[in-house]
Design a binder for this molecule. Structure first.
Ligand code: KG4
Ligand code: ZN
Length: 392
């Protein structure tokens, strides 16, 4: 089965094609167009700009994906009917840029050998989700290809099982023996602890009450006048502190909710603490630039220690076999090392499953993979809708 994955929940446009056969999986192509440069001047994602970029990039990326996999058939012989053209216009509604590009494409090329279309239905930013969903609906309609809407968080949760190398066939080992597991999804929009009893069997046991972990990296980075996205910027800045002499000024930030027995998180207080600390240092005429590596280091440690402590508590109390990570924040190497150390010392029998760094951020391969492992459930292009708040 050849699965086309489409992802547009936030600020990356993702198009991927997977070959998925009885748990053998091969990523034929995994394309990601990142909008970071567009949102950077604003210090965060601007939903309407994200939407416009998805509208502009979906068709060119899709064409490139087909080109790279030799799936792009030569020129079409029969033109697309007037009826179909009208219906596509109806499906794409106000997405005029996308409408124009898709119609041009469909007039030139015929149906490629794709058996299933998997698209991120939610959660995410509604204006960003819709172009992806409508693009998938239009393709499903015009080529009569089955369609399924996928939960973005489920994608992150299983991203660790994607083949390590693009273009290589691998066995996807998601057996019953892995479960129960604790899944931690940490991204710019989410921080969730999920008890996973199998594919499709999830129980949300805790989540952030305010800002997500990635959002906290992004917002505190802004306070330190570092670039967006804040996670990699803070990690890089923190690394500098390791090569410096110990700061004369003691910098200590809170570890929010670390000792509470629940599995929830709260990161907005940490952001406020950083704000006041920066103001305090300013008043003392301490240069932000000099002190910044220590601040970044302490922010990173604070977020990471809370994430690890709560996840390990959940893993222990629910007697799970594995801890599975997913989401953009998993790219943080200091976090991964802390997880490894703590699991090794405190819960040595528990396995630790993490995605390759290239699959930590948003990508369409994880969306296609979930469609493959979930089996035969299908949606209809007529009524598939984006759902910005879709719970796992
Ligand atoms: O999963 P993702 O790409 O998009 C969402 O679904 O939100 O996650 C993006 C988030 C951003 O907040 C970004 O700052 C964070 O992941 N991130 C990191 C690192 N790389 C990306 N956070 C900490 N350390 C990193 N190295
Ligand atoms: Zn994500």
């Amino acid at each position: 089965m050849r699965i086309l994955g489409i992802e547009t929940s936030c600020d990356e446009t993702g198009v991927s094609i997977l070959d998925f056969n009885q748990n053998q999986c091969q990523i034929l192509v995994n394309l990601i167009y990142s909008q970071i440069a567009i949102h950077q001047p604003y210090g965060g994602v601007v939903p309407n700009l994200a939407k416009r970029e998805h509208q502009k990039k979906l068709v060119p990326l899709f064409k490139l994906a087909l080109d790279q996999t030799d799936l792009l058939k030569n020129k079409k012989t029969s033109p697309i009917s007037k009826n179909k053209e009208e219906k596509i216009k109806e499906i794409l509604g106000k997405d005029e840029i996308l409408q124009k590009k898709l119609l041009e494409f469909l007039k030139k090329y015929s149906k490629p050998k794709i058996d299933l279309i998997a698209v991120t239905k939610g959660p995410g930013l509604a204006p960003a989700l819709w172009p992806g969903v409508n693009f998938a609906r239009a393709l499903s309609f015009v080529w009569d290809i089955p369609l399924i809407g996928i939960n973005h968080l489920e994608g992150h949760l299983f991203s660790a099982f994607l083949p390590k190398k693009i273009g290589e066939k691998e066995k996807i080992n998601i057996s019953k023996n892995l479960f129960p597991a604790i899944g931690l999804v940490i991204s710019g929009g989410h921080t969730q602890l999920i008890l996973v009893n199998g594919i499709g069997k999830y129980r949300l046991i805790g989540e952030t009450r305010d800002d997500a972990a990635g959002e906290c990296f992004d917002k505190t980075a802004r306070l330190l006048r570092l670039d967006y996205p804040g996670g990699p910027a803070i990690a890089k800045e923190a690394l500098k502190s390791k090569k410096m002499v110990k700061s004369a000024i003691e910098i200590k930030l809170p570890r929010p909710m670390i000792n509470q027995k629940n599995y929830d998180f709260s990161f907005s207080g940490l952001k406020t603490a950083v704000f006041y600390l920066v103001e305090h240092l300013k008043k003392q005429n301490i240069s932000l630039k000099e002190i910044r590596p220590y601040l970044a280091n302490e922010i990173q440690n604070s977020i990471n220690e809370v994430l690890v402590a709560k996840t390990l508590r959940a893993a222990k109390n629910f007697k799970v076999k594995n801890v599975i990570l997913g989401g953009g924040v998993v790219a943080n190497e200091v976090l991964l090392n802390l997880f490894k150390k703590e699991i090794h010392e405190k819960l040595p029998k528990i396995g630790f499953i993490v995605p390759e760094k290239k699959y930590t951020g948003d990508n369409a391969s994880m969306i296609a993979l979930v469609a493959g492992i979930k089996g035969s459930k299908r949606d209809n292009w007529r009524n598939l809708q984006a759902d910005a708040n879709w719970q796992l």
